[in-house]
Design a protein around this ligand. Structure first.
Ligand code: GLU
Length: 503
């Protein structure tokens, strides 16, 4: 294979959807696997859709995912500039080239005129297509006398440049994922290549850039497949060799019906964007929801690509090693929010306890709790297997940090017996006499006391848990009291007895 050069070419029109991140990822994996170059090109020719902050968001998202840009607006490179608005001066000459060769033409129809025609066609039950069948009836440099259209140009009348799509020609091409495709040119319209605002459209700009930037493979979303016949025609008109194409399948909603959208995420409570989007209508991000970037990357990598084995956990290096376009499927991939959590669970389990302790310490600090890192680490060991996110450690351990403010009524009803307060008072003095207040020592002492007295172990332990935790949850009781210490344990027993009291 000749030098592999791929690009991710987002338009900065808002936050980058996770489908877009997947496109970037597949390009990146493909580049790394083939010792190629990964380029980030910002496609901002549509000024009406430009959104402040979106460009930085895209770059920050890639960075968070560990997708490293080789050539781009900040990295530079030999084929820059890498932002289309900075390349504005380049495009016009290419549009002109096509006009001179007869493959494109000037069109003077105003937006209002086009709207009227569209409306009339619809009234007759037809769709209006600006193509070979009607272009002679329109106002353009093919239908008008040369003197007339030249005069219009001289007078500065607004115009666009349209591609002259030939009539009834078979356009055939290959897609690396979809195979051989044939489209009849009569189904296509004369697309605008250059707009009256002096900017190229996507079709012209991306194609010129892909050519000038020596892009070898265009890997992009399926939504661009319908435009591919036009692009193939443009390559032909320019007499340029086209790159190879791979159109990735859509990311589907969890129920598999249609494209995954922000609304699905809002409805079901999962993010569809990598990072929190802070502008206008804000949106959740995987990062802020507590996902690890490697878990997120692993998860999206498998939405559309399958390794051909049972393996599910892949580091970035393993993805690079295993990735191939041949193993990307044609049909859409259903996004499963539960599976996303599962991936994070797996990655969290692999983290060392001291690393998790540091992450959880930040969480605690933000909530005003200070705690020794070694003590936090011992807590992590108790609950790690039950959590998928660092923030869930709090749900499992809040009672280590604060005494219960209330007691679960259902548990009281079920577990608080008449003899409970007296038994807990006895337990209190048994614990008070423990010299060494570790989990092991207290367990031994308490259990032998229960046995000696012939008490019911379950009755005592359930009530004990209720006063210490406030509910019937949490890890091993003696681990809890070993951690919170003697004074706090005795205080909680006292408080529980006085609040729940005689029921
Ligand atoms: N700017 C286009 C987009 O936003 C790029 C499509 C392509 O990769 O050619 O998706």
């Amino acid at each position: 294979m000749s030098e592999v050069r791929v690009r991710f070419a987002p338009s900065p029109t808002g936050p980058l959807h996770m489908g877009g991140v997947r496109t970037a990822l597949y390009n990146y994996l493909f580049a790394r696997k083939n010792n190629g170059t990964f380029i980030l090109r910002i496609e901002d020719t549509d000024q009406t859709r430009f959104v402040e902050g979106a460009e930085d968001y895209i770059i920050d998202s890639l960075k968070w995912c560990g997708i490293k840009i080789d050539e781009g607006i900040y990295e530079g490179g030999s084929y820059g500039p890498y932002r289309q608005s900075d390349r504005k001066a380049i495009y016009r000459q290419y549009a002109d080239m096509l006009v001179s060769s007869g493959d494109a033409y000037y069109a003077f129809d105003t937006p209002e005129e086009l709207e009227t025609m569209r409306g009339e066609s619809e009234k007759d039950g037809n769709t209006f297509i600006y193509n070979a069948a009607i272009r002679d009836k329109m106002k353009n440099s093919l239908s008008l006398e040369e003197t007339v259209w030249k005069k219009k140009l001289e007078d500065g009348e607004p115009y666009v440049i349209r591609y002259r799509m030939p009539e009834n020609e078979e356009i055939s091409f290959e897609d690396l994922i979809r195979g051989h495709i044939v489209v009849n040119s009569s189904t296509l319209d004369d697309k605008v290549l250059y707009k009256s605002d002096g900017m190229p459209t996507y079709h012209l700009a991306h194609l010129v850039d892909d050519h000038l930037m020596k892009i070898s493979h265009v890997i992009r979303g399926e939504e661009w497949l319908p435009s591919l016949p036009l692009h193939i025609m443009l390559y032909r008109s320019f007499k340029w060799n086209p790159p190879l194409f791979a159109h990735l399948p859509l990311l589907l909603k969890p129920d598999g019906k249609g494209k995954l959208s922000k609304r699905d995420g809002d409805k079901m409570g999962f993010p569809v964007f990598p990072l929190f989007w802070p502008y206008g209508e804000t949106a959740k991000g995987y990062r802020e929801e507590g996902y690890y970037p490697d878990a997120f990357v692993n998860m999206i990598a498998l939405l559309g690509w399958n390794p051909g084995t049972e393996q599910e956990i892949f580091s970035m290096d393993q993805l690079i090693e295993s990735f191939s376009i041949e193993r990307v499927g044609k049909s859409g991939s259903r996004f499963d929010p539960e599976k996303a959590k599962w991936f994070n669970h797996q990655y969290l389990q692999k983290k060392e306890n001291d690393v998790l302790a540091m992450e959880f310490r930040e969480f605690l600090r933000a909530r005003g709790y200070q705690c020794d890192i070694v003590r936090i680490e011992s807590l992590i060991a108790l609950v790690k297997e039950r959590v998928s996110f660092v923030k869930e450690i709090w749900d499992q351990t809040d009672f280590f940090f604060r005494a219960p403010e209330s007691y679960d009524q259902d548990v009281i009803k079920k577990r608080w017996k008449e003899e409970t307060p007296a038994q807990l008072m006895e337990l209190r003095s048994v614990l008070d006499s423990c010299e060494e207040f570790t989990a092991e020592a207290t367990e031994l002492t308490v259990k032998s006391w229960i046995e000696k007295k012939g008490y019911n172990m379950g009755v005592i332990m359930n009530a004990f848990r209720l006063v210490v935790v406030g509910a019937s949850r949490g890890p091993h009781m003696f681990d809890i009291i070993g951690w919170i210490g003697k004074d706090e344990t005795l205080r909680r027993i006292d408080n529980g007895i006085s609040v729940i009291g005689k029921k």
